[in-house]
Design a protein around this ligand. Structure first.
Ligand code: ATP
Length: 530
């Protein structure tokens, strides 16, 4: 019984991990079994990027709507027929939570008859073997992989295989899904699957695709990393006009889309994670007329995405206006404005801004101004004890950065003049030497060694007196002042030995003790030294 929890935790982003825990806790509190299913499991096992999370619960997830909202998730829409909830979990994690079900197709083109089912029955209704796996998130079986169709082997072989011969006939949207996955992963269809695909295509089964499936597949294009490639394949296969009769690659703003993906990558490299989906749809349909674009928009099941796409240009214009006004009259103000703005809008504007001044501000925000951060005088700040341990540190560091951005702290003298009054008072002098017992302590035998990770017995505070682990920024600063004559952020570390040493002084005057400890070479050395 392989345990995939470790693999899952390794492969998910921290936000996705939190998302899994959240869904698991909500489902468990409602008494529903919950599984990670579909593409998320496929991507965990294959090592490919995990784009979104699909959960299957035994029960009706539509009843969990309030619990999700209370936990900070946004409900993007739902599908009553399949009992599916489209949610965005905190940290912009896209997820679908659906009910375990069977789908019985009685007639091509007609919606299936949906019945609640077990998880294994639910896996049987899926499209490809690689998408028909589940990972249990339930106590007792957490981490257990359910793979009744040997999807893991097909992932290994890098092929797409349908679960049965009628897959494309039952649901022709699987033809689009086959093309999409094949184009995305560069995995061919397995031989028999290819034969079924060709036959379904030849027999024009696609005309039976449901409106709901069309909307769903349009939405999926928005999440692709290379949507243009998928649209080209769709056009070649004849699927694009199925999604919308007037859609073609000629209606796509290809250079805009390419720039968008490039800008998104740049933002990702700087640790921003803008959601590009609305902008992708904007560029994919850029040359369709308003009515055609609006018809496409109406079909998208996630209402929040449809709205974001609809409002994209208006909101981007508002941001551009703010960037041209007083609110962005200096680099520091612009920095603050862009740092607080919606990242998807910044991304979109980075590609579409018409005014040169606005485009330049965004460009500077991502390039030139970031280099100014290097000018923050970390070594000097550390010498002045302005370190991350100080509660005011973030504010001081930000103020320095803003002043540097605006060119208001140019010279070293100006910097020091600004920083010195902000330095905390020096640490208090070490406590006065203790008499009697303190002296004894200095010559007493060493306390027993504590087990690893625990404080030594009778010295509960021992470790706490050493400065806490230094965050990256301070570590950098410490590295920068390495070799400097002045001690840096050391007082806390040296306080203890100094106190002990001073306490040891009277011991010299005390009559020599006749115990073995006082004669030990080390204790002698200590007494001598001080
Ligand atoms: P990705 O999100 O990476 O595009 P995915 O496999 O997660 O891929 P979704 O469209 O999110 O795709 O669907 C989630 C899961 O639901 C799929 O993995 C598959 O198991 C199932 N599924 C979706 N659409 C169909 C369909 N038309 N027929 C059968 N199963 C489907």
């Amino acid at each position: 019984m392989a345990d995939y929890i470790y693999t899952m935790e390794l492969r998910l982003t921290p936000n996705q991990q939190r998302g899994v825990t959240l869904v698991q806790d909500i489902a468990r509190a409602a008494g529903m079994n919950v599984y990670l299913t579909g593409g998320a499991v496929r991507d965990i096992i294959s090592g490919l990027a995990i784009r979104d999370l699909d959960f299957t619960v035994q029960g009706n997830p539509l009843k969990l709507q309030k619990d999700f909202e209370r936990a900070g998730a946004v409900i993007g829409g739902d599908d009553d027929a399949t009992k599916t909830l489209y949610v965005t979990l905190p940290g912009s994690v896209r997820a679908e939570v659906s009910s375990a079900r069977t789908e019985r197709f009685e007639k091509t083109g007609k919606p299936p008859i949906v019945t609640p089912a077990t998880l294994i029955e639910d896996l049987r209704r899926r499209d490809f073997t690689v998408n028909a796996m589940a990972l249990s998130l339930n106590p007792g079986s957490r981490g257990l992989l359910m793979d009744p169709y040997n999807g893991a082997a097909d992932i290994e072989a890098k092929v797409l295989r349908v679960l049965h011969n009628y897959a494309f006939v039952e649901d022709p949207s699987r033809l689009l899904r086959a093309s999409r996955f094949s184009a995305r992963f560069h995995w061919p269809l397995e031989e028999r699957t290819q034969a079924r695909y060709d036959s379904a295509k030849e027999n024009n089964y696609i005309e039976y695709i449901s409106d709901a499936a069309i909307g769903y597949e349009i939405e999926q294009l928005a999440y692709e990393d290379d949507p243009l490639n998928i649209v080209r394949v769709f056009e070649k296969e004849g699927w694009l006009k199925v999604l919308a009769p007037h859609w073609s690659t000629a209606k796509v703003d290809a250079p805009g889309l390419t720039q968008l993906m490039k800008a998104r990558q740049q933002m990702n490299d700087l640790s921003y994670a803008p959601d590009p989906s609305a902008a992708v749809l904007h560029f994919l349909t850029a040359k369709l007329n308003d009515k055609e674009a609006s018809d496409i928009r109406k079909q998208i099941p996630r209402r929040d995405l449809a709205e974001a796409w609809h409002d994209l240009e208006v909101h981007a214009k508002e941001l551009a206006k703010r960037l041209s006004g007083k609110e962005a009259s200096t680099p520091s103000r612009t920095w603050k404005l862009l740092s607080g703005a919606r990242q998807d809008l910044v991304l979109f504007l980075a590609v579409t801004a018409r005014q040169q001044a606005v485009a330049l501000k965004i460009k500077n925000f991502f390039t030139k101004w970031r280099q100014v951060q290097q000018k923050i005088p970390l070594p000097e700040m550390t010498e002045l004890l302005i370190t991350p341990q100080l509660p005011e540190y973030p504010k001081i560091a930000e103020d320095v950065f803003m002043l540097l951005l605006d060119g208001r702290l140019r010279s070293h003298t100006e910097l020091m003049k600004f920083l010195k009054p902000l330095a905390p008072p020096p640490p208090p002098p070490p406590p006065p030497p203790r008499r009697g017992r303190g002296a004894k302590a200095a010559v007493a035998p060493a306390p027993p060694v504590a087990p690893a990770g625990k404080a030594p017995l009778g010295k509960k505070k021992g470790k706490a007196e050493v400065a806490p682990a230094v965050p990256a920024i301070a570590a950098k600063a410490a590295a920068a002042v390495k070799g400097s004559a002045k001690p840096v952020a050391k007082p806390a570390v040296v306080a203890k030995p100094t106190a002990v040493a001073k306490a040891a002084k009277p011991a010299k005057k005390a009559p020599p003790k006749k115990n073995s400890a006082s004669k030990s070479p080390s204790s002698k050395k200590t007494t001598k030294k001080h």
